[in-house]
Design a protein around this ligand. Structure first.
Ligand code: SAM
Length: 247
């Protein structure tokens, strides 16, 4: 069966590649990668010699169709991105969405994903959550998007680049209020991994005070509005009880 495999690769720690990912990358006829040089470096670590071609979301629709034709003609393909799971804030959407038209089976080879790694260690409600990926880079648009999310009850998850982390936290403090709980997952799976919890007010100060805490890659997770209310209600209840009990 002509198949396009969607293969997750590590988000920092090379040992996070799965055995199935290695097997698949070895067995397919070719690999479509976001950055061929980056991917070739990863492949050489695992002695994988499969040929690599370049594929982005800004590649033309025609190049996506050509790739799918190669698969139909008997060459199975693995899609990888620079890190983590393809299509999660990474290229591949057009390719996967066109695959059924060609009768190409799409098969995921799951593995590392920064949002799931972050959420699994954050200690915020994760039974329901809302992944917002990267916010708009322009301050006004970013603030507008955040304002529209201020009432969201589910845990919110964002990706952010190091040069915008301070601005993002400042905007969040403005739109969500300084008491909203936030967790910063920085450099997950890497040597300088840190996971920091606190209110937005606390984490704005924390990142301002230490340049190291503004470096690297970030997953930013924010408690939903409901969680804040639940917390507030609990605090009010406790105070009411204390008031009754205390002389
Ligand atoms: N496809 C990837 C995934 O599955 O997580 C995400 C790719 S996206 C272009 C890159 C962003 O993911 C970074 O800017 C950062 O927000 C987040 N990220 C990737 N690796 C990370 C890591 N090791 N620690 C924290 N965040 C990470």
């Amino acid at each position: 069966k002509p198949t396009l495999y969607i293969v997750a690769t590590p988000i920092g720690n090379l040992n996070d590649i799965t055995l199935r990912a290695i097997d698949t990358l070895k067995q397919v006829e070719f690999i479509a990668a976001e950055d061929t040089r980056h991917t070739r470096r990863l492949l050489s670590q695992f002695e994988i010699e499969t040929s690599v071609i370049s594929f982005h979301d800004y590649s033309s629709e025609e190049s996506a169709r050509k790739l799918l034709e190669r698969i139909v003609n008997g060459e199975n393909c693995a899609l990888v991105s620079d890190a983590g799971t393809p299509l999660i804030s990474d290229p591949g959407y057009r390719l996967v969405s066109l695959a059924p038209e060609y009768g190409v089976t799409v098969s995921p080879i799951p593995g590392a994903c920064a949002l799931i790694a972050g959420l699994s260690a954050a200690g915020l409600p994760s039974d329901r959550f809302c992944f917002e990926g990267f916010l708009p880079a322009k301050p006004l648009q970013r603030q507008k998007r955040l304002a529209s999310l201020a009432g969201e009850e589910r845990t919110l998850v964002f990706y952010e680049a190091p040069h915008r982390i301070e601005a993002l936290l400042a905007d969040m403090k403005m739109e969500f209020g300084e008491q909203r709980e936030v967790v910063l997952g920085r450099e997950l799976t890497k040597t300088f991994e840190t996971i920091t919890r606190g209110t937005l007010a606390e984490l704005v100060d924390f990142t301002a005070a230490d340049a190291n805490q503004r470096r690297g890659e970030f997953v930013v997770m924010v408690a939903g509005e409901q969680a804040v209310k639940l917390f507030d209600d609990k605090v009010k209840e406790t105070f009411a009880l204390l008031n009754e009990e205390l002389p």
